[in-house]
Design a protein around this ligand. Structure first.
Ligand code: URA
Length: 434
């Protein structure tokens, strides 16, 4: 088989055979197919697309290019969640304990963040002592005992995707739905869960800006998951503004702990319950969505989910007094109020700008070697739909520098106002099952 013939066939809009796709993925991973042919091939896919069968075969070939995590030592149906990324997204810290409170094991392998705020692991490390490095045996043992463990990703998962994603990034071929879907799903499938719930973000702060594109991506990912034997559901949720009120590492842990203790931050609580309900139904813990939702809501109210979170923190060596009393979490030296320069209804809060403002404070990394500052972050005081008087506080910056000028500027740019009343955005746009 010659790669040039495979590129030619795709360029002309024909569907490829399983063997042709596997030939490309294996050859490219081994370095036998050069970047220039892979680039041409990615561009051909960008313009001609892929059938669901081709996308599933591409994904499977990327999974098979590296190691897969064997979770068979964990008793019960293992269900995972994945978010396509958003600012203030601390849903994992609420969903994990919630799902575990229904007896469903959650074995979460997570990464660190690059850009904006930290990743799941960075946020957890705001809790002093909490260890995310552990042996595979310890990880499995913790899931079996406490129903919840979170660890750093180990192993060489989907190396073909790693290499291809880097190539797509510099050849203007990232934004092809079959390629994005295959890329995300290859990493999820290699992580070993039996079922997957995807939180596909839509809006100005999301990778996919329109509902139409988000829905197309969600459908493609659900089809891949189901095609490859994992029950998969996708929720399309709004990212036209940050989720909840807190952005930053300690800030997000504090807000998640508050929800688990029964506080109602509406968008965050609702989305967490939605995701957790679908996860527990997929795992077979409940017969339908309503039963799952009612039970999980009760587990938020009666403290069961919070107790799971506490046990998880203790099991991984964290100082549990920091979540019982968030004043003990790392605190920034300065709290700077940013006031509105005009009056009106908040019409837009560009999530990406808020994320960048948090990164300037030190909450995220500009390069992969940067150190995270767990104490700094942003508290939003106004969200879309709120009426604001001139001089009212829009956000409070928690900073270790008394005059964080760049962050103040960025936050001001994020807010847009309207003289007309503005409706709050719909939080959950759609649920896609197959
Ligand atoms: N995230 C991924 O992991 N892969 C893509 O292709 C795009 C976003």
């Amino acid at each position: 088989m010659r790669m040039v013939d495979v590129i030619h066939k795709k360029r002309n809009g024909q569907a490829l055979t399983d063997e042709e796709i596997q030939f490309f993925v294996q050859g490219y991973t081994k370095g036998e197919i050069p970047d220039y042919q892979a680039s041409a091939f990615m561009m051909a896919i960008y313009f001609q697309g892929m059938t669901p069968q081709e996308t599933a075969v591409l994904t499977k070939a990327m999974v098979d290019s590296g190691e897969t995590i064997d979770l068979s030592g964990i008793k019960g149906h293992k269900v995972d969640k994945h978010s396509t990324g958003g600012v203030g997204d601390k849903v994992t810290f609420i969903v994990g304990p919630l799902v575990a409170s229904a007896g469903v094991p959650v074995a979460k392998m997570s990464g660190r963040g690059l850009g904006h705020t930290g990743g799941t692991l960075d946020k957890l490390e705001a809790i002093a002592g909490l260890q995310i490095e552990m042996s595979k045996e310890q990880f499995i043992d913790n899931v079996n005992k406490y129903k919840l463990a979170v660890a750093g990703q180990t192993g060489n998962l989907a190396p073909a995707d790693k290499k291809l994603y880097a190539l797509r990034d510099v050849t203007a071929t990232v934004e092809a739905i079959p390629l994005i879907a295959g890329s995300i799903m290859s990493k999820k499938l290699a992580s070993g869960a039996d079922s997957i719930v995807l939180d596909v973000k839509t809006g100005s702060g999301a990778f996919m800006k329109t509902l139409e594109d988000s829905e197309a991506l969600a459908k493609e990912m659900v089809a891949i998951g189901n095609n490859l034997g994992r029950k998969t559901v996708a929720i399309i949720s709004d990212m036209n503004q940050p989720l909840g009120f807190e952005v930053g590492n300690a800030n997000e842990i504090k807000e998640a702990a508050a929800i688990l203790q029964g506080e109602n931050v509406e968008d965050l609580r609702t989305l967490s319950l939605e995701i957790a309900s679908h996860m527990t139904v997929l795992a077979g813990a409940f017969s339908d969505y309503k039963e799952a939702r009612d039970t999980l809501e009760a587990n938020l109210e009666n403290g069961k989910a919070y107790e799971v979170f506490r046990q998880f923190v203790i099991a991984q060596g964290g100082d549990v007094s920091m979540i019982d009393d968030p004043a003990k979490l790392p605190q920034a030296s300065f709290h700077i109020d940013v006031e509105s320069e005009q009056e009106g209804f908040v019409a837009e809060i560009d999530a990406e700008s808020i994320g960048i403002a948090a990164m300037y404070l030190g909450a995220g990394r500009a390069t992969k070697d940067d150190q995270i500052n767990h104490a700094v972050g942003i508290t939003l005081k106004k969200k879309i739909g709120d009426f604001v008087q001139k001089g009212e506080v829009l956000v409070t910056l928690h900073a270790d520098n008394a005059t964080p000028k760049d962050s103040i500027e960025k936050v001001k740019q994020a807010y847009r106002f309207s003289n007309e009343k503005v409706e709050r955005p719909t939080l959950i746009h759609k649920v896609i099952r197959d």
